[in-house]
Design a protein around this ligand. Structure first.
Ligand SMILES: C[S@@+](CC[C@H](N)C(=O)[O-])C[C@H]1O[C@@H](n2cnc3c(N)ncnc32)[C@H](O)[C@@H]1O
Length: 273
């Protein structure tokens, strides 16, 4: 079993999950993402619709969403496809919110959320899941090959793995930019090609590799602007330091993505039948 050496999550994860269900944070998500599906990433609803085409989910099938955050994206998949979902995340408040949202949307029979650390072997039997997703979170796990190997273990033969890696280095970065961009805890910065090699090393076959950086540039800038328009209320809730920190994080995330220096890639792979 790998030893977890990730740093504790901090900063904007606490602020976003601690206030997730307030109208203020919901408004910010609506403006930031176009549609609020309860996400805390760079994922939009139209992007998720496209991702679903590769997952082949339907009633009777089960999806594992690793680092599910507040559960919105997994619940939307359960509602859209009729499949069952299990979401895990290390952030307790995120998981509490996810369980509440499952109740509110009448999906408790098909949606379950648990606290678990994805840097360790996950507490499920081999070949349990038809599909596994991990959206904008793999960068928080120090040992990528270990995490993907565990997901390969959990997939049924023919199952699909879909993840996005938003921390792929595709240009020059300064130490100050790296510090701000990684201010929410442990981050692994990898060159393009690293994920493909890890997927192959774990015995999965790559089906799709796509550059999905544009969404990160758009969402980061729209979230920054939506928060700036509500700065007085947010400063009161988050405090000046946390508010300014998150604004700087979003501004740098938008700039690096726009300039193509830090990219976000989508990978879909499959386990042989
Ligand atoms: C950018 S958020 C994405 C959340 C969700 N996938 C979404 O699209 O809304 C990254 C998530 O990774 C989670 N995370 C970070 N380290 C983790 C770990 N070691 N195990 C499980 N989850 C982790 C954080 O708590 C956070 O919810």
């Amino acid at each position: 079993m790998s030893k977890s050496n990730s740093l504790p999550l901090a900063g904007h994860y606490n602020a976003n999950y601690g206030n997730f269900q307030t109208e203020l944070y919901a408004q910010i998500r609506r403006e930031g993402f176009g549609e609020d599906i309860g996400q805390n990433s760079w994922l939009t609803s139209d992007e998720q619709d496209r991702f679903l085409e590769w997952l082949d989910l339907s009633p009777g099938k089960t999806l594992l969403d690793v680092a599910c955050g507040a559960g919105g994206p997994a619940l939307r998949i359960a509602a859209t496809t009729g499949c069952s979902v299990i979401g895990i995340d290390v952030h307790e408040q995120a998981v509490t919110t996810a369980s509440l949202l499952a109740k509110q949307s009448g999906l408790v029979e098909r949606a379950e959320f648990r606290v678990a650390d994805a840097t360790r072997s996950l507490p499920f039997s081999d070949a349990t899941f038809d599909a596994i997703t991990c959206i904008d979170a793999i960068n928080h796990f120090p040992d990528r090959a270990y995490a993907i190997a565990d997901w390969a273990r959990l997939l049924k033969p023919g199952g699909r793995l879909l993840f996005t890696d938003p921390i792929t280095v595709t240009g020059a970065l300064t130490n100050a930019e790296i510090a701000v961009r990684s201010s929410a805890g442990f981050y692994l910065f990898v060159p393009h090609g690293y994920d493909e090699r890890a997927i192959a090393q774990c015995g999965l076959r790559l089906l799709v590799c796509e550059d999905v950086t544009e969404n990160m540039a758009k969402v980061a800038e729209a979230r920054r602007a939506a928060r700036a328009a509500r700065s007085t209320a947010l400063r009161e809730i988050e405090g000046d330091q946390a508010y300014d920190g998150q604004q700087e994080f979003l501004a740098i995330a938008a700039r690096l993505a726009r300039e193509g220096r830090l990219s976000r890639f989508l990978y879909v792979s499959t386990k042989s039948s």
